[in-house]
Design a protein around this ligand. Sequence first.
Ligand SMILES: [Zn+2]
Length: 82
Amino acid sequence: MPMTPENATHYRVVCVLCRKDAYVCPERQGADINMPLRAVRAFQRGGWHQDVDHGAKEHKRGLAADYGGGKWFCPACASKRP
Ligand SMILES: [Zn+2]
């Protein structure tokens, strides 16, 4: 499940293995186009792992909608993956 905007300032991801979820609230800094990217970085700093779905990016490369796409794994599940 890709990262989803929860409201104007929050983003949510759900682990594809155990369904644990998490939220981040990236600070708004100027252009909103960067908020999804900051959200992705915030999840990754917290130990979440993103499996990017490259096949789905053909038609929207470079758009903010790309950020957070693909599958997410929580820190516990990410550490158990081969
Ligand atoms: Zn998990």
